[in-house]
Design a protein around this ligand. Structure first.
Ligand SMILES: *Cc1c(COP(=O)(O)O)cnc(C)c1O
Length: 374
């Protein structure tokens, strides 16, 4: 598999090694150590926030964020059905009920015009998730949240360096979260962060991250928390990665442009919008949706790509079709046609930062040949 083009390969060629070695040389390898607070404050500043709370991964960040809202059983949280399980799982684990909204077929984000109809007297929050490189249209969401006094949770796990009307993604929610998994624009291997301007929520999040130890009487607990701490070594990677965020975003956009140039007029495929009136795509991943005129299934196409040494991933499978939530009685028989189509007909091609232009050409050529039945 020597020439295999993986769906993602990170790039760690800045100060990553130097900073991680510093952790080892100084012995600061646990969650105490200078890179943690440095990464927290630099990341928070990058998205115009007062507080950053570094955690073990993006899923942990969502769980802590939902727990910090202190919801009651039966409270409802509105979110897109087309997202990763972490979002809905965090809502369910906090004792609340997820309420789903369909996707916009062009941006693949939550169709914000469908939110209002889902608001009830039990609604407590809206969770927005910026999908695959384009942000959710925030103004209507923020207006509804204000009108109905709802929290906004912003999942910016795929949107480091993205902006909405010029303001950073991650700056919009009462609590916003990032993931630093290796396919994200900033990686710490595993890692995540919650950012906020609210000092009370920030305190709750940092306590929940650390088992709710108390400042005095450390081993006496008033509340159950998690051990979701990040290590100093992970934060060291994060500091180095953050130094290069604007370069990273520029390169992702360049990769997106090249893919579009090569695939833009292929019959029968649909790509995510290049831009909206509030943002330009940063192509977290380069997604492709097969239109009905392509008779081959996604499995067929991605198997063929794999045989030609090219890695892919299917799109998210929507939350309302998750067996786990069906078994829990959390879904009705409501349909979400756009999300269902994305899930059934979408996949993404290699999009990692280590990908070269030459590899992008190979991926595009092979895909075109497969779609033509060659
Ligand atoms: C990656 C991702 C997460 C989860 O992050 P992990 O660090 O993998 O737990 C959450 N939400 C979205 C939208 C993601 O893309």
């Amino acid at each position: 598999m020597n020439n295999f083009i993986p769906v993602n390969e990170p790039l760690l060629n800045g100060n990553e090694k130097k900073y991680v070695m510093e952790c080892i040389d100084t012995g600061w390898i646990s969650s105490e150590g200078p890179f943690i607070s440095r990464f927290e404050s630099e990341m928070a500043a990058a998205v115009q926030r007062e507080h950053g709370i570094a955690v073990a991964n993006g899923t942990a960040a969502l769980e802590i964020a939902m727990e910090a809202l202190q919801l009651q059983p039966g409270d409802e949280v509105i979110l897109p059905t087309f997202t990763i399980i972490s979002c809905a799982a965090a809502i369910v684990k906090a004792g609340a009920v997820p309420v789903f909204v369909d996707s916009d077929p062009l941006t693949w984000n939550m169709d914000v015009e469908q939110i209002e109809a889902k608001i009830t007297s039990r609604t407590k929050a809206i969770m927005v998730v910026h999908i695959y490189g384009l942000p959710t249209d925030m103004d209507p969401v923020l207006a509804l949240a204000k009108q109905h006094q709802l929290y906004v949770i912003e999942d910016a796990a795929e949107a480091h360096g993205q902006t909405y009307k010029g303001k950073p993604c991650g700056s919009f929610g009462d609590l916003s979260i990032f993931s630093f998994y290796p396919n994200k624009h900033i990686t710490t291997g595993e890692g995540g962060m919650i950012v906020t301007n609210d000092p009370v929520l920030a305190d709750r999040c940092s306590s929940l991250r650390n088992l709710c130890f108390q400042p005095t009487r450390r081993f006496v607990h008033e509340q159950l928390g998690f051990n979701y701490r990040m290590t100093n070594m992970q934060a060291a990677l994060g500091v180095a990665q953050l130094e290069r965020l604007s370069e990273t975003v520029a390169r992702k956009r360049e990769m997106g442009r090249l893919y579009r140039e090569l695939l833009g007029d292929v019959e029968g495929i649909r790509l995510q919008s290049t831009h909206t009136d509030y943002a330009e795509n940063i192509y977290w991943v380069f997604g492709i949706v097969l239109e009905d005129q392509i008779v081959q299934s996604v499995e067929r196409v991605t198997d063929a790509l794999k045989a030609r040494q090219i890695g892919t991933r299917p799109f998210f499978w929507p939350m309302h079709e998750q067996p786990v939530f069906q078994k829990m009685g959390l879904v009705s028989n409501e349909r979400f046609p756009h999300a269902e189509q994305l899930a059934r007909r979408g996949f993404y091609v290699p999009s990692g930062l280590a990908l070269t232009d030459q590899q992008i050409h190979i991926v595009a050529d092979e895909l075109k040949a497969i779609l033509k039945g060659e």
